[in-house]
Design a protein around this ligand. Sequence first.
Ligand code: C2E
Ligand code: CA
Ligand code: CA
Length: 726
Amino acid sequence: MTTKALNSKNEALFQTLKSIGNQSKKSYVILELVNRQLKICYCNELLYDITRFTSNDLINKSFETLFSNENSSVLKGVVENIHKGELFKEDLLLNIFLDTPILVDVTIIPLQIEKGDGLLSLLIINEFSHNHLEQILHRIEEQIYKAIEHECTLVKKLQIVCEGIEELLNGRTVSKIFIRKSDNHKEIQMVMAQKYGLEEPYIFRRRADIHYLNNMIDQAELNIYENIDYQTIDECTRRVIEAKGLTKCCTVPIENHVNKRIGMIVIYFDNIAFDYVERYKAFLHKVNNLISLAYIYDQKLREISFLAYNDVSTGIPNRLGFLERLKELEQKKIYGLIHIIEPTEFAEVVELYGREAGDELLNQLCRKLIMLQRKEEDFIARFSSSKIIAFTHHKEGEKIVDFSRISETLVEVPFIIQNNPVYITLKCGVAPFNGEISYKDSIRFAENAFSEAKHRAGNVLVSFKGDMDGKLKRNLLISSLLTKAVKNNEIEVYFQPKVNLKDGSISSIEALARWNSPILGFISPFEFMPVAEKTGLVREIDLQVIEKVLQWFRMREENKKTIVPIAVNISPEHFYHPKFVDQLVELVRKYNANPCNIIIEITENMSLVDLKKARRIIRELKFWGFRTSVDDFGMGYSSLNYLQELSFSELKIDRNFTMKIHEKGTYAIVKAIIQIAQALNIDTVAEGVETEEQARTLNELGCDTGQGYLFYKPITIKEFEENIEL
Ligand code: C2E
Ligand code: CA
Ligand code: CA
């Protein structure tokens, strides 16, 4: 449908343009320059379909009939380019009959055979179809999934979105995304397409900026702003949008899956995209979902890595976190000491007050430790459910802080667990971390030192010594042989009498376990008892010892010989066992013995945190007629606190006091202990008496009984029978 008779040259040209148009399979228009005016001379059927105009509406009309002149400068530009005969592309608004114009992408091909000849132009119209949106969306989606797969940062993913939006509008837009970095809204990042050279995301940290942006994010709606206020725009954005001549903008809120605002997209554009919002709503909604997905994924990743490196219940780094930090320090050659610390009473606190109370105890301990932190490099972490690990920085030659003093300070004031004051003691193993020892070995050495500390009473700090590693291996060997030893009755009982300090008579006897292994030879209870406690064999050993004592009673009775009470040692693990008292009573019945001849010795370092339970057991023992004795008294921490609470029949002053009784301070302590015991009607026994001098002093102080090499060494029952008269 041509306008008027085109000259033959133009006719040929027209046919060429038409065939190009047909090949494009798109809607197209052919324009002819008549009297310096661009007139429509041909439209294909598709174009009539889309615009719903008829040929009467269009043919011979100015090309501005077809395109909205909302932005007249764009149309002017089109005319100029046609005059220059340049092939170009432009986004224009295509008028629709009785409807709002739509944004189209137009390829313009102006053709002229010779200068002065009529000019024909082909305008191929590319509708921004639904398809086009879908394609871009698809691409963004694909790239974001890829970015997730490659563990790219959130920023990278947001850049992909920005680039996608700009591609959609043929680059005549600039888009940026504001995103809240965390739930507390204290940090906001701004991301733009990578091409703008904003390598790092822009992070807003100034309070005023954050306040402003947070408000903006909260109040943002899908909105178009006709005039941009350049003043409120950051440097980088302003540069880019000014260069592109963009004058309007559109805001799009971003929400996460539970409809919480996490950020906002701002898209700057020029006039062409006036109907943006309606047409792209669905697109923007999907973009929102993609951002939300990337955001949640990023948050989860951060949570996971936080969980991987931190202990949730205390909020301090965990073992892995500690290892990571230590690895870094090793690379930087920052060295010092590694401490492994455990509250002796951790298990009791958990048993008594619950798991959270254990966490709370460690939490408080950590807080106290952090308060005592000396150097910036120092840090702590939770090493296991009951242990804390700490690194303290020490330069070579620098004086090492006295950690035992620190640990005394730490436990001076009680910890408050569920409103109850709880006194604890600390066990600490320390090992050096330096250029010669790898960080992994350092930790292992600190653990070795710790297991050494664990078996001593009170507040204990043990520094790693070279032979500890070997010791650990020996413990493993002992542990493997001990089970068989118990089964084969290899554990023997020795007797060591306790002596009345006034007249030298034997008032009672302590039964001590001995193990003479056919493979390892003689092994001290100091060595195998801790292993037995760990493996649970200790109950069996204690019971075997008791049984042998009961057999001795029966033998003495059968032979009509005098009997004195015998003390048996019971480990804390055994003492707190639910069946302890029942089994004891059963055994005593079996041998028809008198319970008052049995003294149950329990060591003071058994951490009597669970006073209630201890009191109950001691009361039960008393009810059945047994006597009770606190072993190693004075070595624990809160000794005097519970002495009154638990009505023991006997108190054994630890050998360390006896040893140093000639020292003024020790003398005063022992004197006080004896006085308190007397006031509470408790018998006192001094352990490890080796000299006449010690025996005399103790006697003067009013101590009733002595036990030690001065009087008797532990001997076999057979030796006892042969040599000692009661
Ligand atoms: P303990 O109950 O404090 O026993 C006293 C320890 O001191 C004994 O060591 C004894 O041989 C030693 N001793 C006695 N008089 C002197 C002295 O004058 N000087 C020195 N230097 N040492 C003296 P033993 O027999 O090696 O026992 C070590 C620990 O093993 C005991 O300490 C006790 O806690 C534990 N134990 C021993 N037998 C048993 C048992 O049958 N069951 C349990 N659960 N523990 C036991
Ligand atoms: Ca004992
Ligand atoms: Ca003792």
